[in-house]
Design a protein around this ligand. Sequence first.
Ligand code: URA
Length: 276
Amino acid sequence: MSIPRPANRVADSDHERPALEAPLWEQRAAMSAAMPQGERLQKVLAERGWGSRRVCEDLIASGRVTVNGETAVLGRRVDTSNDMVEVDGVPIGVRPGLVYSLLTTPDGVITTAHDPLGPPTVVELVPPEPRVYPVGRLDLDTSGLLLLTNDGDLANRLAHPSHGVEKEYLAEVRGRPSSGVVRRLREGVELDDGRTAPARVSQPDPGVLRITIHEGRNRQVRRMCEAVGYPVLRLVRVRIGPLRDASLAPGQWRELTTAEVRELVEAASGDKRPVR
Ligand code: URA
């Protein structure tokens, strides 16, 4: 018959001796380290639009995901309010569940969230989950940067003209505007829905205008150029507030970095500043 061993004793190979019990705080720390905490990393990644959970597991398994700078392993759990999660060195997001994607739209893609009968929509170019919505709109024949997010607060603030978030466009126009025409565009032109606010306008190449506006009126750049006699042949948005990315090819998207989201939030909370 074996003799039951006292709970605080461990067997030694040759004889038994009393084991030293770990201090309570160490026991607690060990218990909490062993307990599953936070959310599974693949779930967090999937929620932020990195693909299905299966795709996210592959991302983790291939060593592309780090948590607080260390390569993550499958099964890792994270606390999204404290842990810094990165994929290929890019932070995955700022607030839990919120995603911010920067897309370069190709021509011929419509900037609405859903249009089953119409041309392809921008949301078809990014992962379907979590569902994101375009901030503002681009014409069907305008290409360039577009922000998609499920952060409704930020989207509303960015879209509101009173916050004055700048949008910069390159417009190829028919003809070569004189410096007087460029000045008129800068000062504001009369449109059927009122005079446009002062804009920043330059002509980096003959027939190409760089126009920065902070209003979001329908077809504003095209109408401004038309109003001064230089219709737009091609229009590309190259900047939204602090966001630029010339390396994103048409149809490509990427997550914003944490720093970019912070800059965007700052830009969206600022008062309207006149541009010159
Ligand atoms: N101004 C325009 O005229 N079109 C756009 O798509 C965006 C700004």
